[in-house]
Ligand binder design. Structure first.
Ligand code: NDP
Ligand code: OXD
Length: 307
């Protein structure tokens, strides 16, 4: 079995880890020692030349959860299954990040930091968690992990997705028509959607206006969910309290972007959940073995939906 590794960073580490886990496979690096055809390609944001020069016969494994960059490669072969990562160590990281941000909003950390800087002793009344709705855009692998991690805090939790999801303790909103109602009940809105033609620009002026005054936005999925100018306008108008952004339409975020120094914006450089090499190798290798035995696998991307 021939396996191609096409990643821009730590390529040798990926190759060696897969070689150790799949001793019967011949591992090749792109560019370098790639043959004309391989059974499997393991890729993260590959350059299109890889698919022009190497035919992939069985499956392309995306070494991340989001496939937007891969689906945008013009030379991506049709008819070859694309398999994405499912959790692979990222769900717990998303849960950590999201819980931290929800509690930061709920416990008025911004208020207390400002009060300390101004030397003010300024206690606020305790909030009732039952009136502090948390809404997660997405109901997939990562969104479900976030919902589960938030459960002990007794906030009303809701997800929004294309299809309805029945989970104990989580209200499910499905479809575009239900988006305004979902936003209106959410004091914190957490973005965990893929980037597709249907999700790009979803959080625009109308969406921010639908959120309650003082709402917080936490975007962890893909940056193009948010219309930056509309978010800045909603923050500057005082309608939104804060935005925490881990992902951006253009990455790295350009040095002059207004997000960098905005007092109501917290940014992190796309680190809310980083790929775990060990768990990724274990998951992908197990799926390759399943395919070799003729068994079905999960995580196959629906190209028409875009995720
Ligand atoms: P999943 O595919 O498991 O979940 C995607 C969810 O989005 C599903 O619930 C799906 O609905 C919903 N969805 C997709 N399109 C729409 C739409 N048009 N309207 C409403 N809901 C929609 O993905 P994961 O949870 O594994 O990952 C989510 C995203 O997080 C990834 O695509 C990636 O972009 C991002 N990510 C970011 C990372 C970071 O470090 N910042 C790290 C890892 C991932 P349904 O359930 O009905 O299908
Ligand atoms: C991913 C990511 O999609 O790291 O896995 O953003």
């Amino acid at each position: 079995m021939n396996v191609l590794v096409a990643v821009a960073v730590r390529a040798e580490r990926w190759r060696d880890a897969f070689a150790a886990r799949l001793p019967a496979a011949r591992l090749h690096l792109w560019p370098g020692d790639a043959p004309a055809e391989v059974d499997y390609a393991l890729v993260w944001k590959p350059d299109g030349e890889a698919f022009r020069q190497v035919e992939v016969r069985r499956a392309i494994f995306n070494l991340g959860a989001g496939v937007d960059a891969l689906l945008a490669v013009p030379s991506l072969p049709q008819g070859v299954p694309i398999v994405r990562l499912e959790d692979a160590g990222m769900a717990v990281q998303m849960a950590e990040y999201a819980v931290f941000e929800v509690l930061r909003a709920y416990r008025d950390v911004g208020h207390y930091m400002r009060a300390q800087q101004e030397g003010r002793w300024a206690p606020l009344a305790r909030r009732d968690p039952a009136s502090f709705g948390v809404g997660i855009l997405g109901a997939g692998v990562l969104a479900q992990a976030v919902a589960a991690a938030l459960a002990p805090f007794r906030f009303p939790i809701a997800t929004w997705s294309r299809s309805a999801h029945a989970r104990p303790g989580v209200e499910s909103f499905a479809g575009r028509g239900r988006l305004p109602a979902f936003l209106a009940r959410s004091r914190v809105v957490i973005g965990l959607l893929p980037s597709t033609r249907d999700t790009r620009g979803l959080l625009d002026a109308a969406a921010f206006a639908a959120m309650p005054a003082g709402a917080h936005v936490v975007n962890l999925g893909r940056g193009d969910l948010v219309v930056d100018a509309d978010l800045l306008a909603a923050l500057d108008a005082g309608h939104l309290a804060h935005a925490t952004l881990d992902v951006f339409g253009d990455e790295p975020l350009s040095p002059g972007h207004a997000f960098w120094h905005h007092p109501k914006v917290t940014i992190t450089p796309h680190v809310s959940a980083v790929t775990d090499l060990g768990e990724t190798v274990a998951q992908v290798a197990a799926k390759i073995e399943a395919l070799e035995r003729g068994e079905p696998i999960s995580g196959i991307v629906d190209r028409a939906r875009g995720y």
